[in-house]
Design a protein around this ligand. Structure first.
Ligand SMILES: NC(=O)c1ccc[n+]([C@@H]2O[C@H](COP(=O)([O-])OP(=O)(O)OC[C@H]3O[C@@H](n4cnc5c(N)ncnc54)[C@H](O)[C@@H]3O)[C@@H](O)[C@H]2O)c1
Length: 282
């Protein structure tokens, strides 16, 4: 994979922990420069140390920022365009669920009506609003160069409407619906929008010890890297509006075949045409 992304510039949000850290290191290993964004400064330093140990620290720009704030996205995009000269890939990975507000040993997060209004709002801000703000700031540079990748990490389709998983599930449904609409608007522009998910519970802080004590049974964050590099590379030119399940990616196959096996249309388009509109109205 080394060299596949030579010269490309990526932004990764939530780069200090979990899948964000692993994917940041994967992009660096593949040759990209990475603007690594994280709200928690100490964990971003750990990602920097890991990049240092692999010899790619000079291609990583760490930015401590809260991506829900209006002023963050333009600042992050400027870090890419001014310090690296371009921007090719936006990986909207930062995300939180109710586990963020609960002690690690808690297994049951309570019912829909137990969620505090401030918790509900914060989850929507991080998982929905920030992904919009980042795409909005990143797209002008990508559209100008007629090449770009918006990649959002959402969640499994059944998690989106599962009891006990709200508002996390619904926030990811909103994120993915927005991204599918964006993918349609980007058609033919050279910029694509796709989803990448692990395909189930992954071994990160987000899945609490109370939910799964044996961490080896969870999906390991490293499964994200190979599909991500393919999606971020020229090899996926023209692939738009798709969702890829990382744990279903078969490394024994040629990448295009593996992508076919692990991919499907984004969101739930295949469920049918539900709205009845007068002729000519979209
Ligand atoms: N872990 C799973 O089982 C799982 C499954 C499907 C999808 N996901 C998604 O994967 C993505 C990565 O999650 P993870 O499991 O690695 O969790 P994680 O908690 O290990 O990492 C998320 C990172 O995002 C950062 N972050 C949160 N809010 C931020 C903000 N406002 N600004 C900047 N950074 C912020 C956190 O500080 C953290 O470092 C999330 O979008 C999550 O919803 C996770």
């Amino acid at each position: 994979m080394a060299g596949v992304l030579d010269g490309k510039v990526a932004i990764v949000t939530g780069a200090g922990r979990g899948m964000g850290r692993v994917m940041t290191l994967g992009l660096l290993d593949a040759g990209a420069s990475v603007v690594a964004v994280e709200v928690d400064a100490p964990v971003l330093e750990e990602t920097e140390s890991a990049a240092d140990a692999r010899g790619s620290r000079e291609r990583m720009i760490g930015v401590v920022a809260d991506v829900t704030r209006d002023e963050s996205a333009p600042k992050i995009v400027r870090a890419a365009t001014e310090r690296c000269g371009r921007l090719d890939i936006l990986l909207n990975n930062a995300g939180i669920g109710l586990s963020f507000f609960r002690a690690p040993e808690i297994e049951d997060y309570g019912k829909f009506w137990d969620v505090a209004p401030a918790e509900f709002r914060r989850i929507i801000e991080v998982n929905v609003v920030a992904a919009f703000l980042m795409a909005r700031a990143a797209l002008p540079a990508m559209l100008k160069q007629r090449w770009g990748r918006i990649i959002n990490v959402t969640t499994s389709l059944d998690t989106m409407y599962r009891g006990g998983m709200q508002p996390y599930g619904g926030s990811k449904a909103a994120n993915e619906a927005h991204l599918l609409a964006l993918a349609q608007e980007l058609e033919g522009s050279g910029v694509t929008a796709n989803v990448l998910v692990p395909g189930g519970a992954a071994n990160t802080r987000m899945v609490s010890v109370g939910q799964q004590a044996d961490r080896s049974k969870l999906i390991q964050p490293e499964v994200m890297v190979i599909p991500l590099i393919w999606l971020a590379s020229n090899a996926s030119d023209g692939v738009n509006g798709q969702r890829f399940i990382a744990t279903r990616w078969d490394n024994g196959l040629a990448p295009a075949e593996a992508a076919k096996k692990a991919g499907a249309p984004m969101a739930w388009q295949q469920l049918g045409r539900q709205s009845v509109n007068p002729d000519g109205m979209r």
